[in-house]
Design a protein around this ligand. Structure first.
Ligand code: NAI
Length: 360
């Protein structure tokens, strides 16, 4: 980033960038608030040994903005934010460390709500929760990945309907890349719905476990994306839709949980030219966020209500695909457009109600 920080904040219309430090603990964290038009800024706490302050700032800004789009497109009343902690999650964690971070979050008075992310766990969130109520949590018996997985299957059904005129998974072929928390539950749901599933994971123990548990076959992790299937379902890492993999895809649909699947916007523009329908990642994987949002309901978490809200990922996907078709634009741009429209209309309503738009 060659521009000054303020130039970047202005370009993408960020609200706040907050630096937090606690010398005695070596805590250095950065919280970015992108947009709170729809509600408090939601976003995970990422802990990573960034090689420079600038790379940490770049990351927190990029991720916070992404959360604004995800919150808006998923129909939640949440804005976009993120927190990055500069440190090694293997060596730098302690109770005091996360309690100190919790106190910083508390001082923001609910502007930012923290959640798990790369390098942090539900246990870390519990410690943060000792100092602030502004942290996402679900009842102990609930697994956030299960809500995410349900949303992935709902989005997959919407894509099948769009391509084949039927949302039925019976007899459809799906290649699932990564069978961790989300991927393994996606596999369970697909198998129960009658799909023929192939899996791959770099962790052989996980592959062994899933192939013993369900009637699925496995493929090498390097070639799972090139299987001739109806649906390629990425549930591992990001950027797997890149210059190298795009020409190798032999699926009709890409629909999976992984974040940031497109290596760059050019890949998003080109994937349709390969005759492939790409379901935008942040619509597909919003189930976890939707469940967390339900946990903040005044009457507490309701599994039934959360599942009903996650089920609507089917309609959201349908809406995005319809807009992309109607305006002849790539699906990822259609998703962005819907999110931007929702934020703009709520901002407009606030202006009308108060005659004043706060924060920006
Ligand atoms: P996880 O860490 O439980 O599972 C990821 C799996 O991918 C692991 O089993 C890992 O061994 C495997 N993997 C890594 N590299 C691979 C490769 N090159 N080929 C095949 N397998 C590989 O993570 P989780 O929670 O299941 O999340 C999966 C993806 O979904 C991530 O990108 C995550 O950011 C995203 N996501 C997860 C949500 C959740 O509720 N857990 C919510 C929204 C997005």
């Amino acid at each position: 980033m060659d521009n000054t920080v303020f130039e970047v904040l202005r370009t993408y219309d960020y609200e706040n960038l907050i630096l937090c430090q606690e010398k005695s603990l070596g805590l250095q964290a950065i919280i970015a608030i992108h947009d709170t038009t729809l509600g408090p800024a939601a976003g995970g706490v990422r802990m990573y040994p960034y090689d420079s302050e600038q790379s940490a700032i770049n990351d927190v800004l990029r991720l916070a903005r992404g959360m604004t789009y995800k919150g808006a497109a998923s129909g939640t009343n949440l804005g976009g934010g993120k927190c990055v902690v500069i440190g090694d999650p293997k060596h730098d964690k302690s109770e005091a460390f996360f309690r100190a971070l919790g106190r910083f979050i508390e001082r923001l008075g609910g502007l930012y709500i923290a959640g798990e992310d790369v390098g942090t766990t539900a246990q870390d969130m519990e410690i943060i929760g000792l100092e602030t109520s502004h942290v996402f949590s679900l009842p102990a018996e609930e697994e956030v990945a299960h809500f995410t997985a349900f949303g992935v299957v709902q989005a997959t059904r919407a894509c099948l309907q769009h391509i084949y005129g039927s949302a039925d998974l019976q007899g459809r072929t799906v290649a699932v890349q990564g069978v961790g928390a989300v991927g393994s539950d996606v596999v369970r749901r697909l198998v129960e719905a009658g799909a023929t599933v192939t899996v791959a994971d770099t962790d052989q123990d996980k592959v062994d476990h899933i192939t013993k548990t369900y009637p699925v076959t496995s493929a090498h992790p390097d070639e799972i994306h090139s299987r001739p299937v109806d649906v390629y379902c990425p549930c591992a890492l990001g950027a797997m839709l890149n210059e190298r993999t795009l020409p190798e895809l032999r699926c009709k649909i890409v629909c999976g949980a992984a974040n940031n699947q497109l290596a760059n916007e050019g890949c998003g523009d080109r994937i349709a030219q390969h005759g492939i329908l790409y379901a935008p990642d942040y619509i597909v994987n919003a189930g976890g966020l939707i469940a967390y949002a339900d946990g903040r309901h005044p009457t507490g978490f309701s599994r039934q209500r959360a599942m009903a809200a996650v089920a609507r990922i089917y309609d959201m996907t349908e809406q995005v695909l319809a807009l992309a078709k109607e305006q002849d634009i790539p699906t990822f741009r259609a998703a962005d457009r819907l999110a931007e429209q929702r934020i703009a209309s709520v901002r407009q309503a606030k202006t009308l109600a108060t005659g004043f738009v706060g924060s920006t």
